[in-house]
Structure formats: structure tokens, C-alpha cells
Design a protein around this ligand. Structure first.
Ligand code: FES
Ligand SMILES: [Fe+2]
Length: 343
């Protein structure tokens, strides 16, 4: 029954949900040097201008395609490491050293900055056709940056959708993570999963079949929204995840930990340790299972699901809706262009 209900939600393709994607942590983009990243299949360079604004351009020099991310920031400009062309924060090429300082720069050397936003301590990148949505996706109650929040990020060689599937699933904890996260029962009780304003809200009590002094109930609360933000309340922490596909095979994972009820100083120190431990759990225990899973990620149609999978099923329903809406707006754009050409 469950499987029938959700098979309709099956969609494939890692990068087909239009939206604002989290591509970097604010703390990772400093004024002193550019950083090179690959997100959604594109090589990008990020740097911070003198006024603090984040600039994003393709990681390719207009001269002979050197990677600008290997360059430097000089006089408020991004300087290519190869022949020293300089580009200001608007992408304009302001210097070609071989032509001489003060020589006018010919047309065609400018870069085309990509529209990014910086909100909630994250750099967001619009992916999709048409006008960017007004708001970046956010979950009410998700943690903001600050001293009490511990942050970490890494590239995982696991497809993005596989990681999203994995995040929306808690009933693997007492099985796959029995050794690294002990003390959780296998039975999911008092489960609730529903959608509120395009956010999947999930809660449950994880219970031992035979409770005992060391076999207590574990409460879990989680929310998910697209393209990929998760807020999980577990083990005394709010764990916020922000994900972005790097390409079809790998994913950027950004985690922000904040203690639920603890002083900032302790939350920061413990959060740092918890974040490292979290990454170790993923790399040692989840990763190989996810890589060995059959069927394409993002396609639930061949899975047999049961009630504990409901958060995933609802999330994939939202995903299908977002893809269809994105396609519709793409078609509308094409129709508008055709009408304009005909008129
Ligand atoms: S390739 Fe960048 S300056 Fe020549
Ligand atoms: Fe896991």
C-alpha cells in the first residue's frame, strides 16, 4: 500500500530541481584569497571584494582559460596566476600586464559574474531557468551561524540524492550504526510525517522491544526542504545539513551543529567533536552501503517501503512537484520567446 502511494513520486536526475543551492559556507570565503569549487557540474571561483560582497565567476580566465581560483586577490581585484590579467568585482578586466599599465583593455576580456546571495552564513547559487525565487529555502528554527554553532564541510564521493535519501532515514541508525551510535532501539513508534509549507516534518520515538535501564526511548525530530536542507534534533543537538551536488557522483556536505540547551562555549567545543564524529560515521559506515546500493538514486519506484520511510516518500513527492513546476516554467519561457519572435 505504502509503495503504491509513493511510486508516483519517483523521479530521477540529480540536478533537476530548480532553486537556490547552498554552495559554500560564508566562513570559507575570505578576502585574502579566492577559492575554487565545483558545484552542479560547474567549476566556480568565489572571492570576497573589499566591501565584503561575495563575487562568483566561472573558474576560467577569459584569456587562455587558466583556473582563476589558483590566482590571488590584488588591489581589490582577482588576478589570474598565468599572465596576470586582473578582474574587478563586477568582472571587468582592468589590466593586461603585457599590454602595459594604463593601456585600454580591449573588449571581450570581461568575466560574467554569477548572481549569488549570502544569507544565514551560506552562499547560495541559483540553479534553473527563469527568474530566481525571491527567498532562499529555509526551515524555521534552523540554526544561524555564530559562536555557539560549530560548522564543518567536506566533499563526499557519494551521489547527492543518495545522501538525501540517507538523511531522511533514521531507522538505519540502530542497525548500521549500532557500534558508533549505540543505545537506540529499532522500533519506530509515535511516528508522524507531514508536509507544511513545502517542508517535510517528521517525528518519532525510537524504542527497544524490551526496554531497560540503559535501553531508553530516543526521541527524534527532523525537517527537510528542497533542494537539500535538513534540520535534525537528536542527541542534544540541532544538526543542520546543507547539501549541493558537485557532479553526478559526489556531493558537498555542510553541517552546522548547535546545542539544544547548553552554553555557547560548551556547544561550540562539543559541536566540533560531534561534527568530526558525524563525518567519521558517514565515511566509515554509511558510505560503502550507499555506494553499493542498487537502482539509480532518486527513483523510489522499485523500492518496497514501509511506514518508517514516510519522510523520504513525502520529500520525493515534493521533489517531483518542484521538477514539474520547473519544467512548466521552462516551457512557459520557451513559449514566451516563440510568441515574441512571431510577434
Ligand atoms: S590565462 Fe589568465 S592571464 Fe593568461
Ligand atoms: Fe547513517
Amino acid at each position: 500500500m505504502m509503495n503504491e502511494q509513493i511510486s508516483d513520486a519517483s523521479v530521477t536526475g540529480a540536478q533537476d530541481v530548480p532553486g537556490w543551492y547552498p554552495i559554500a559556507a560564508s566562513g570559507g570565503v575570505v578576502k585574502r584569497k579566492p577559492i575554487g569549487i565545483k558545484r552542479l557540474g560547474q567549476a566556480l571561483v568565489l572571492w570576497r571584494a573589499d566591501d565584503g560582497r561575495v563575487v562568483c565567476v566561472p573558474d576560467r580566465c577569459s584569456h587562455r582559460a587558466a583556473a582563476l581560483s589558483a590566482g590571488k586577490i590584488r588591489d581589490g581585484c582577482l588576478e589570474c596566476p598565468y599572465h596576470g590579467l586582473r578582474f574587478d568585482a563586477s568582472g571587468r578586466c582592468v589590466l593586461i600586464p603585457a599590454n602595459g599599465v594604463g593601456a585600454a583593455v580591449p573588449q571581450g576580456f570581461d568575466l560574467h559574474p554569477i548572481n549569488v546571495r549570502e544569507e544565514h552564513g551560506i552562499i547560495w547559487y541559483w540553479y534553473g531557468e527563469g527568474e530566481p525565487a525571491r527567498e532562499v529555502p529555509w526551515i524555521p528554527g534552523a540554526s544561524e551561524p555564530g559562536f555557539g554553532a560549530a560548522e564543518y564541510w567536506y566533499d563526499a564521493a557519494v551521489p547527492y540524492l543518495r545522501i538525501v535519501e540517507n538523511l531522511a532515514d533514521f531507522h538505519h541508525f540502530p542497525i548500521l550504526h549500532k557500534t558508533m551510535i549505540p543505545g537506540i532501539g529499532t522500533r519506530m513508534d509515535e511516528m508522524d510525517a507531514h508536509v507544511e509549507n513545502k517542508i517535510v516534518v517528521f517525528s518519532a520515538t525510537m524504542r527497544y522491544e524490551k526496554p531497560g535501564a540503559l535501553r531508553r526511548d530516543a526521541k527524534i525530530k527532523a525537517s527537510f526542504t528542497l533542494p537539500a536542507i535538513a534540520l535534525i534534533e537528536f542527541g542534544g543537538f540541532y544538526v543542520n545539513y546543507f547539501l549541493c551536488p558537485i557532479d553526478d557522483h559526489s556531493c558537498w556536505v555542510f553541517g552546522r551543529y548547535r546545542g539544544v540547551k547548553m552554553p555557547d562555549l560548551i556547544a561550540h567545543a562539543v559541536g566540533k567533536l560531534a561534527a568530526r564524529y558525524d563525518r567519521a560515521i558517514f565515511m566509515l559506515q554509511d558510505r560503502h552501503v550507499l555506494l553499493a546500493q542498487g537502482d539509480a538514486p532518486g527513483d523510489l519506484s522499485h523500492f518496497k517501503l514501509y511506514p518508517a520511510d514516510r519522510a523520504l516518500a513525502l520529500l520525493w513527492g515534493l521533489r517531483k512537484q518542484a521538477i514539474l513546476e520547473g519544467r512548466r516554467s521552462g516551457t512557459e519561457l520557451q513559449n514566451d520567446a516563440a510568441a515574441a519572435a512571431a510577434g
